[in-house]
Write a protein that binds this ligand. Structure first.
Ligand code: AMP
Length: 585
């Protein structure tokens, strides 16, 4: 039983010698070390089984299937993960074992289904356990800078060591820094020390398309790299490296002893070791690993502050309106500041222009929907009129305005497709939540920095009622934006997620034509009649055929024959690659 531990024990001993001399000498006996680790793991399994919190993480192995007395493979990194080796067909790039040269075999079907994996910290470096002889209280490390928004918050800087003193909810934790200052921080800004997530090059479940996007940004350079969870193989990882003007991807696998490798001839106990090796020498990769990829987007904290996660009525005094951004159906939209330091967008509701209850229904729907490609609702002020609805601010305004602007017109095809992908992701989430948007169009999508786009305006979204057979009957007399609306919705008020798919196809034409109104020169009445008779928008100039094919599928006369948003997401993510000449300009 002790045999397979050997390399791990050695590793732990080395690390112990390097970083935890004092703790280490208590574990000088190897056998004792192994037994101690096993006990820790069992103790934690028991705690988990009793619902006492997730003190340990089993990586991506299926921990629920584990027997109580079975030591999980990655826990404390003492036992290798046992798994079969992936077939080479799905590798994008691999190192030729014999002659050390790089070979590239681009794969167009290597992405898994739309649901993103929710990988949590995989402990890859040995850690001493909280419950045993560990005097170090600072078990967390800051991944990003966070500036205190309120007096109760703690300002943190990347790499700060922190002690977590109170976990109010999953989103906000109370932390103490090494100077003894204490306050609230967003939990997604920190990671456990020595965990894989604390490594600057580990980007978790980021998708290949996003890895490419981040690596290709100006702040990164030749040799910038990241490691992410493989999209296709649950237990594998992928290494993405910027190679001048392109990004190369390598599969990181594990051999039967659980050792990581890119080329079978050189294996490593941990991913950090692998990174160290390929930093020193390219050893068959396109370039040696030089700098961890710089994050171009920080994650959004969940809500404005720790006490606005569940509560969302705020005082109007906390909001200052700065400048008017635009005018919507029910009132003005302003750029504002919350608590004197957080930029927000404020939608004001013209008194008497709409039933405040309906407005609040919109707000309560938005509040529940949380996704990186949907506008986040922060708070409302409903005590006095005009009602305020406070949301995430998107610096570049509506997608329609952006596309028509001189900046938007310079967007490359790859950037347009990237935007389309993000919209499909946001819609796939709505689809999964059984919501429908009913007004999907470039005017209702907002643009942030680095071509990030988020879907706004869920005012018309409603839960699809089971009893209505998956259809939502629109109120009589409601006006529709005909050119974006599926014929069955326009003619018979049958709104489903599939009518949203139709609108998405129209939105794709807006993207590709830089905001041209669809069906130019045709009136709404003409469009309605012609589309009902089978007419469809022709292929826009410069539109890749593969994208037009997708549009046509979105406009299938039978709603059930249109693709789902998760399929659309999948297809766009796969077609957006540096290798596809159609999308590479
Ligand atoms: P709406 O009422 O949602 O149609 O918004 C009207 C206009 O206000 C939009 O076209 C945008 O230019 C602007 N706007 C709305 N919401 C935001 C936001 N969250 N961030 C930035 N600009 C926004």
């Amino acid at each position: 039983m002790a045999e397979p531990y050997k390399p791990y024990v050695q590793q732990w001993l080395q690390n112990g010698l390097k970083s935890r001399r004092n703790d280490f000498f208590q574990f000088i006996n190897t056998q004792l070390l192994v037994e101690q680790a096993q006990r820790n793991v069992r103790y934690k399994i028991e705690q988990q089984n009793r619902g006492m919190g997730n003190c340990i993480n089993f990586g991506r192995s299926n921990s629920s299937k584990m027997q109580q007395n079975q030591v999980p493979d990655l826990a404390l990194n003492l036992i290798p993960r046992q798994q079969s080796i992936v077939s080479p067909s799905s590798i994008q790039c691999t190192i030729n074992n014999q002659n050390n040269t790089t070979i590239g075999t681009p794969s167009s079907s290597g992405v898994s289904s739309a649901s993103s994996s929710t990988t949590s910290a995989t402990v890859l470096k040995p850690i001493t356990d909280n419950n045993n002889n560990n005097n170090n209280r600072f078990q967390y490390v800051a991944l990003f800078d966070y500036d205190a928004r309120t007096n109760d918050d703690l300002t943190i800087r990347k790499s700060d060591l922190l002690e977590i003193t109170y976990r109010k909810n999953t989103a906000w934790w109370k932390a103490k820094n090494e100077n003894g200052q204490e306050g609230w921080i967003p939990s997604n800004y920190v990671a456990k020390r020595d965990s894989l997530e604390s490594e600057p090059w580990y980007f978790k479940s980021i998708r290949r398309i996003d890895a490419e996007k981040q690596l290709m940004s100006d702040v990164n350079e030749h040799g910038s790299f990241l490691i992410r969870d493989s999209e296709t193989k649950k237990m594998d990882f992928s290494l993405s490296i910027r190679d001048n003007d392109s990004v190369k991807h390598y599969r990181i696998r594990q051999n039967e002893d659980g050792r990581f490798y890119i080329a079978r001839r050189t294996t490593f106990i941990t991913l950090p070791e692998l990174v160290t090796h390929y930093s020193k020498t390219s050893d068959g990769l396109c370039v040696n690993l030089r700098r961890p990829c710089v994050h171009i987007v920080k994650p959004e904290p969940d809500g404005l502050s720790h006490n606005l996660v569940d509560k969302w009525e705020i005082s109007r005094r906390d909001i200052k309106l700065i400048r008017r951004l635009g005018h919507g159906q029910f009132g003005d939209v302003w750029e504002g500041v919350w608590s004197d330091n957080v930029s927000v967008a404020v939608k004001t509701l013209k008194p008497g222009s709409m039933n405040p209850t309906d407005f609040l229904t919109e707000a309560s729907i938005m509040k529940k929907l949380r996704h990186a490609n949907l506008i986040q609702l922060y708070a409302v002020c409903t005590i006095e009129e005009p009602i305020y609805i406070v949301t995430e601010l998107m610096k570049n305004g509506s997608l329609l305005d952006y596309l028509q602007s001189s900046r938007g017109r310079q967007l490359k095809m790859s950037a347009l497709i990237y935007m389309a992908t993000q919209i499909a992701r946001g819609m796939a989430y709505l689809e999964q939540q059984n919501y429908i948007h009913r007004d999907l169009a470039a005017r209702n999508v907002l643009v942030g920095e680095n071509n990030t786009v988020k879907i706004a305006d869920f005012g018309l979204a409603r839960i699809i009622k089971e009893y209505a057979g998956g259809m939502y009957e629109a109120k009589e007399g409601t006006k529709f934006p005909i050119k974006w609306t599926a014929p069955e919705a326009a003619l018979y008020n049958r709104f489903t997620i599939k009518s949203d798919v139709w609108s998405y196809g129209i939105l794709l034409t807006e993207l590709i034509t830089f905001g041209r109104t669809p069906y130019p020169g045709m009136t709404n009445a003409e469009v309605l009649r012609q589309v009902d008779q089978g007419y469809r928008l022709p292929q826009p100039p410069n539109c890749p055929l593969s994208l037009y094919t997708i549009m046509r599928e979105c406009w299938h006369a039978q709603p059930e024959n249109r693709p789902s948003f998760s399929t659309l997401q999948y297809r766009l993510e796969n077609e957006y690659t540096g290798e596809n000449p159609e999308f590479s300009n």
